[in-house]
Design a binder for this molecule. Structure first.
Ligand code: 4GX
Length: 280
């Protein structure tokens, strides 16, 4: 007699405030009041409400062990500022990475820092394909180097400038990752920039009125000739990339598809492909 084998039993859709399949973000910070902040607004905020992703903010001070809740100390070797203590940072990381059954979860721990590798759309895509991320936010002079090494923390920079802390960089990373999760963007936008773009800056955009302060919308965009429009957009994207980002241009021209995969910066090729199909 045929007996269907039960391979999975029904599970609750929401378990401990975390929806099944939800992308989990944990933020370690001494300024928990900064969150969710702007992450509550717009599409990312809507996705948070819909449990497409979850945010757990941990106050690093809760992991300090003295009555003053000290999290930092003066730099070894002297100099200005303060450095986050390795024992406190490690306790916060270990707590974040320990799941219900006391098992270490496998998602990455990232320290936002101007010393890190630059955040790329390729890394953003990898993170979005995972189950979650833990973000350590530093203030002052940063975190004791030994905790970064000892806990296998990845250092990531959002750009070559210095902020007062890692919280805003963490929010930038979260926004970039969450927008790639299914259900966050409209279908059109997401599928488009994923599959076609290849490391060019975006072409300029225009909308009505046709003439504004004596400036006209480029005629080709009003022509209805989709193939010519696509051609124009691609040439604009190429011109801008050459002018502003010689690094991206080199990567684009040397072997197509930058090795580090900064795609999605332009939809020129998308339009080109579409235009090529609809006209001619
Ligand atoms: N991209 N900051 C880190 C503390 C700090 C200072 C020195 C290491 C060395 C930043 C950025 C950034 C401000 C976060 C300083 N850590 N993070 N913080 N740019 O400016 O990611």
């Amino acid at each position: 007699m045929f007996q269907p084998r039960i391979t999975a039993r029904p599970r609750p859709l929401i378990d401990d405030q975390v929806a099944i399949g939800s992308f989990r973000v944990k933020v370690l910070t001494v300024l928990p009041e900064m969150f969710p902040g702007p992450l509550e607004a717009s599409l990312i905020g809507k996705a948070l409400k819909e449990h497409i992703w979850s945010l757990e903010v941990l106050d690093i001070r809760d992991f300090a062990r003295n009555k003053h809740r000290t999290v930092d100390d003066t730099p070894a070797g002297g100099g200005p500022g303060l450095v986050m203590k390795p024992d406190v940072a490690a306790a916060a990381i270990d707590h974040a990475q320990a799941d219900a059954a006391g098992e270490t979860v496998l998602w990455p721990v990232i320290y936002l820092s101007p010393r890190g590798r630059s955040l790329t759309q390729a890394r953003v895509r990898e993170l979005a394909a995972g189950d979650g991320v833990t973000l350590l936010c530093g203030r002052f002079e940063g975190v004791d180097q030994r905790v970064l090494e000892g806990r296998g923390v990845e250092e990531v920079s959002i750009g070559d400038f210095v902020l007062t802390g890692g919280e805003i960089p963490a929010m930038a990373l979260i926004d970039a990752v969450v927008r790639l999760r299914p259900g966050v963007l409209g279908n059109a936008a997401s599928t488009e920039d994923e599959s076609f773009s290849r490391g060019l800056l975006e072409h300029p955009h225009y909308t009505r009125p046709q003439a504004w302060e004596g400036r006209e919308i480029p005629e080709v965009l009003l022509s209805g000739h989709h193939a010519r429009i696509a051609e124009w957009r691609l040439s604009q994207a190429e011109r801008l990339t050459k002018e502003r980002r010689p690094d991206l241009w080199r990567a684009h021209t040397s072997g197509e598809g930058a090795a580090d995969g900064d795609r999605e910066l332009s939809d020129a090729q998308t339009s080109a492909a579409k235009g090529g199909q609809t006209k001619d």
